[in-house]
Design a protein around this ligand. Structure first.
Ligand code: TRP
Ligand code: ZN
Length: 866
């Protein structure tokens, strides 16, 4: 543990999974009477409480910053001496086993800058309760295994807040004196308090309906500011598609008569699955061709699906405690990934998901914040909404689905949903349902939930001419991580095929189960050494070292019939060249050029796949392949290869760019693929150094009828130094200054750029009149993007570290959750040279020395110093 004696932060309390105990008191029913006002909101709560089990412990209702103005038990007002406040919680000793508890509190939505609990955003009042925000609204046992039926009555000024929404179904409304009105909602499904939500505001509705498979009609509403109504069509389509998909693929239908979604501008995460009332970051609802890129459209579709799918994987079956978070998040990410794949291209979706996994989760595993999919301890649960819980969690479900096959996986998921409906379950419950429903033994597989770190798998293929057999020898290992010095071997499913170079075919895909530290598999009937295609479809989230020759990779880049493996082969060719160049070794650039030429000119391939395959690995990914990251050498090598690919294949890039010019916008897969490839071609064309490059980019920027092409051209121009760069940034700013989501792109594009002065530009942008720490999207657009810009963030001056640390300190005073998410990039110091490492550590220490630092940032900074 880092020495925190000299710091401004007190060591936060550690919560352990092994300490779980069933709740002392249950709350079958709760009634909330909420008198809304932006400055001062009064909450009168009535809880029916029942003693759970035989004990004499007091009732403890969590609270965070609340002062009880009134406490009643069974109608009688308590004297001040009859209750106590302990660590924010209200503690009452109760004589018998069932009671009615009433509390009255006042809170200020306007003063709530943490965006947890009840807060104001753009004239609306809304709530965010996951994970522990409900305790900032009223006194309650704020844990996911206490499930209650909610009745919510809201009152508010009718002119300012004409729309009043809560979970479940509306049951009444009416006018009050003084221009106020009220509305009442009830939710028949018992739920944990983290799924509570209400919204008040002047909202317009995109109203639609959906007929469920059992013939019930559900009223759908997407609520936004009037001016944004026309940008909700894609979200509505995604919602209806998701509802149909969950019926078709999982047999799960929606269960209330109403399903509402509200978009808000200030939101700490992507969106929230509150029962019957999802609340979204507006960036995952609003989309039109002028303002949203194809990636944004896909983000809307994926997040709408994700939150909708939580209705079963999260709400009907919720989590027993927060250590089980991946039970709902990993499974729901898996579900939204498969939905998006079904809506578009399976191959491209898998490539994108693996790219995200490697960029975010593999990095997390390599650093001091590595943790298991089911963690053993935490200080602040908000810090555990991580790529490990979400994305690696999804990979675990994917591996189980692969091992079981579609039918048995469905049998497992049916058993899980039916057995635990209405309950708060554990990851172990899920695995047990898969074992029983699917008929499989997952004993060893459970290590995936327990052990942090990314397994490494070495693969070696050898041929025995005499017996005409080949033997594949596999070896697995795992680096130690914090608290886990020694690892057990994992059960790793590897889809494998052996290609005959003569026929360019293989005789079927094998699912090999690597379960030992070292294991061999022998295949008969090979007169020659075949070419190994392994971890096809990225069947397991591992780092593979197959040490294949450039010739084998070239073969696979042209002939592998598994699209992921084919993509991977080209990527590996590029990685070999780039890592070789960084190390100053001779490299085989010709192989890369040839593979890219073949891929880019193959008329059979999906253009979206081509765009993925020919894309250079990111600087961060290259860094991950090195013992010690050298940001400058990586940048130089990557730029050089890009220039060479650009110049050698210039006619191809010109041809693609010309031929993919569309007339008229469409969201078809073909049109999206064409735009994606067109933008890749433009990037290579500029990289070639052709003198008309900037003009071509500017013309695309200027003439585009969609944001995908406009932003890509802007980003390409932003990387260089040219008049066109400055002109495009100005035009973009002036055109979109009034649209926050597009202005975010303006900040983000500059923060991600390879302009030589990026560090100084980001510092300047931090003082721009449109920059604000109050809006998490804006913070992420500038500082979040900047930390992802390896070359700039890790500038040898250390100025990048200072900028981010200063931002973290300033933001922590307003919004600890969002501030804490900027810490991990500073925690990767072990991966860099001594000088950079010292500068990163110094900034972490500087952060920890801040007085009044939040638990969120304290945990991340302390762990990052270890
Ligand atoms: N459960 C949400 C999701 O994954 C995540 C989320 C939304 C969240 N808002 C949050 C998590 C605030 C922690 C804090 O869909
Ligand atoms: Zn989720």
């Amino acid at each position: 543990m880092a020495d925190i004696q000299s710091t401004g932060a007190a060591a936060p309390i550690v919560i352990r999974r092994s300490d779980y105990r069933a709740p002392d008191w249950l709350v079958p029913d709760i009634t909330l009477d909420v008198s809304l006002d932006v400055l001062l909101t009064r909450i009168h709560a009535t809880l029916s409480v029942t003693r759970n089990g035989n004990h004499d412990r007091a009732l403890r209702l969590d609270g965070d910053g609340l002062v009880p103005l009134e406490v009643r038990v069974d109608g009688r007002a308590l004297d001040a001496g009859e209750w106590t406040i302990d660590g924010g919680a209200l503690v009452i000793t109760l004589p018998t086993d069932t009671h009615r508890i009433e509390t009255l509190v006042e809170i200020s939505p306007q003063a709530n800058s943490k965006l947890m609990g009840l807060y104001a955003s753009g004239g609306l009042l809304c709530t965010q309760c996951e994970a522990q925000g409900f305790r900032r609204i009223t006194f309650f046992p704020d844990r996911p295994d206490v499930l209650s039926r909610y009745r919510v009555r809201m009152a508010a000024d009718k002119a300012t807040y004409p729309i009043l929404l809560a979970n479940g179904d509306p049951v009444g409304q009416g006018d009050l004196e003084g221009g106020r009105h009220w509305a009442e909602w009830t939710d028949p499904f018992p739920k944990p308090c983290y799924l509570f939500a209400l919204v008040a505001g002047d909202l317009a509705c995109n109203a639609d309906s959906f007929m469920t498979m059992s013939g019930r009609e559900v009223a759908l509403g997407i609520w936004v500011k009037e001016a944004d109504l026309l940008r909700t069509a894609h979200a509505m389509k995604a919602l209806k598609d998701s509802m149909a998909w969950d019926e078709r693929v999982y047999g799960r239908e929606y269960d209330l008569d109403v399903f509402n979604i509200v978009a808000v501008a200030d939101f700490n995460f992507g969106a929230m699955e509150n029962k019957g009332l999802n609340i979204f970051n507006s960036r995952y609802i609003l989309a039109d061709p002028e303002t949203a890129t194809d990636i944004d459209y896909d983000g809307v579709e994926g997040v709408v699906a994700h939150e909708y799918f939580h209705n079963w994987s999260g709400n009907r079956v919720t989590c027993r405690d927060w250590f089980q978070l991946s039970l709902k998040e990993g499974f729901t990410v898996f579900r939204d990934q498969n939905f998006s794949a079904d809506m578009g291209s399976h191959a491209v979706k898998r490539i994108e998901d693996v790219r995200i996994l490697r960029a975010a989760q593999f990095q997390e595993d390599q650093g001091p914040l590595a943790h298991p999919v089911r963690p053993e301890s935490y200080m602040e649960i908000s810090n555990f909404y991580t790529a490990t819980i979400y994305n690696k969690g999804a990979e675990l479900i994917r591996m189980m689905a692969l091992m079981l096959g579609a039918e048995r996986f469905r049998a497992g998921s049916d058993l899980y949903f039916d057995r635990h409906d209405g309950e708060a379950a554990t990851c172990e419950d899920f695995v047990l349902a898969m074992e029983e429903g699917g008929g499989i033994d997952l004993t060893q597989f459970r290590h995936w939930y327990e052990q942090a770190g990314t397994p490494r798998v070495k693969a070696l293929l050898s041929h025995d001419a005499a017996s005409a057999t080949v033997t594949l020898t596999l070896e697995q290992s795992m680096q130690p991580t914090a608290g886990q010095p020694v690892k057990q071997p994992m059960a790793i499913p590897l889809r494998t095929a052996l290609f005959d170079p003569a026929t360019q075919a293989h005789q079927g895909d094998h699912l090999l189960m690597l379960t030992q530290e070292q294991q061999s598999f022998t295949f008969a009937g090979f007169t020659n050494l075949p070419i190994l295609s392994i971890n096809r479809g990225f069947s397991a989230p591992v780092i593979l070292d197959a040490n294949r020759s450039q010739a084998d990779l070239t073969f696979l880049s042209a002939h592998d019939d598994d699209p992921f493996a084919r993509y991977e082969a080209i990527q590996q060719l590029m990685v070999n060249v780039l890592i070789g160049a960084v190390a100053g070794q001779p490299t085989d650039e010709d192989a890369v050029i040839a593979a890219i030429r073949n891929t880019a000119t193959d008329p059979v391939l999906d253009p979206a796949f081509v765009a993925e395959a020919i894309r250079l690995p990111s600087e961060a990914y290259l860094g991950d392949q090195m013992g010690q990251v050298d940001p400058d050498a990586i940048h130089a090598a990557r730029e050089a290869l890009q220039r060479r690919i650009g110049a050698d294949l210039e006619p191809i890039w010109r041809d693609i760019h010309d031929r993919t010019e569309a007339n008229g916008f469409s969201l078809s897969s073909a049109a999206k693929g064409a735009r994606k490839l067109r933008n890749s071609a433009l990037a290579y064309l500029i990289a070639s150094g052709a003198s008309d490059g900037p003009a071509i980019a500017f013309s695309q920027f200027d003439r585009a009828d969609n944001m995908t092409e406009r932003q890509a051209a802007l980003a390409i121009l932003a990387n260089g130094i040219s008049d066109e760069r400055e002109a495009a940034l100005d035009i973009f700013y002036n055109r979109y200054a009034a649209d926050p989501l597009v202005l975010d792109k303006w900040f983000q594009t500059q923060a991600l750029s390879f302009h030589p002065d990026t560090v100084a530009l980001v510092e300047e942008l931090g003082r721009h009149k449109d920059f604000t720490l109050a809006n998490p999207n804006r913070v992420r657009a500038l500082y979040g993007a900047f930390t992802a810009n390896q070359w700039a963030f890790h500038h040898s001056s250390g100025e990048g570290y200072r900028l981010v640390a200063d931002c973290i300190i300033a933001l922590d005073a307003l919004n600890p959750q969002t501030a804490a998410r900027l810490v991990p990039p500073l925690g990767r110091w072990k991966r860099f040279d001594e000088d950079r490492a010292a500068k990163m550590r110094a900034e972490l220490q500087h952060i920890l020395a801040t007085t009044g630092l939040s638990r969120d940032v304290t945990e991340q900074a302390m762990k990052s110093l270890e």
